[in-house]
Design a protein around this ligand. Structure first.
Ligand SMILES: [Zn+2]
Length: 223
């Protein structure tokens, strides 16, 4: 296992600064030139790992105004912590020594909407592979639905707060990463890694922290 180069707090602070620049239209596009390419030609040492949704509006390096070698990124529909993702995040922690792991949900997520539909009385047909992934989001759908509606288990998409489902799924994803990975849990316990769960606000551009796990202080977003 590598040793980390910065604290989780320092790694998170750099991302917050980059996101502030993105929100304010003051992008610097750092670390994207030939010198940086050359510097990275034989190795990488990112301080942050990113697990996010594949949504075309949620591009990791742009949201955090960072460049080559800065973020180790894995994305899939609805940022689901399947085996592939867990292996990828473990590699980031054990082999690359990242200090912070950002799990990023976002508002108006199509995967969350699809999982809500799959929980309705007459779900649309999806492929078996997509259904398997959406099943990881459906517990969050059910929890949110049953917190308000106990008359039927079938979800009405017009009567559920999809972004609240997204926040529940975000917590579930972080729990799954820790439950299924001793490497990740041990790094958090050791203090060399923190996990920050965020929800991205599409219009504002803000990556709003919702939950932090480990030795890290974050300004929790009101939701
Ligand atoms: Zn999404």
């Amino acid at each position: 296992m590598t040793t980390t180069r910065v604290t989780p707090q320092e790694a998170w602070a750099a991302l917050v600064d980059g996101n502030e620049r993105f929100m304010n239209g003051a992008l610097r596009h750092p670390q994207q030139d030939a010198a940086r390419r050359s510097e990275l030609s034989s190795s990488q040492a990112p301080n942050a790992a990113f697990l996010g949704c594949s949504d075309s509006r949620v591009a990791a390096e742009i949201l955090f105004d960072c460049g080559l070698g800065d973020l180790f990124v894995a994305r899939n529909i609805g940022q689901i912590a399947n085996d592939n993702i867990i292996a990828t995040m473990e590699f980031a922690v054990a082999e690359l020594g990242v200090a912070v792991l950002v799990v990023l949900a976002h508002c108006s997520c199509g995967a969350v909407a699809a999982a809500i539909d799959q929980s309705s009385q007459s779900p649309q047909e999806v492929t078996p592979a997509i259904r398997t992934e959406l099943e990881q989001i459906q517990p969050a759908v059910q929890q949110e639905w049953l917190s308000e509606h106990r008359d039927t288990p079938y979800v009405d998409a017009t009567m559920i707060d999809a972004d609240a489902v997204g926040r529940r799924h975000l917590a579930t994803t972080i729990n799954a990463l820790m439950r299924n990975s001793r490497v990740i849990s041990d790094a958090v316990a050791h203090g060399s890694l923190a996990i920050v769960g965020c929800q991205y606000q599409l219009e504002e551009g803000r990556v709003a922290p919702i939950v932090g796990v480990g030795k890290i202080g974050i300004d929790i977003a009101r939701s």
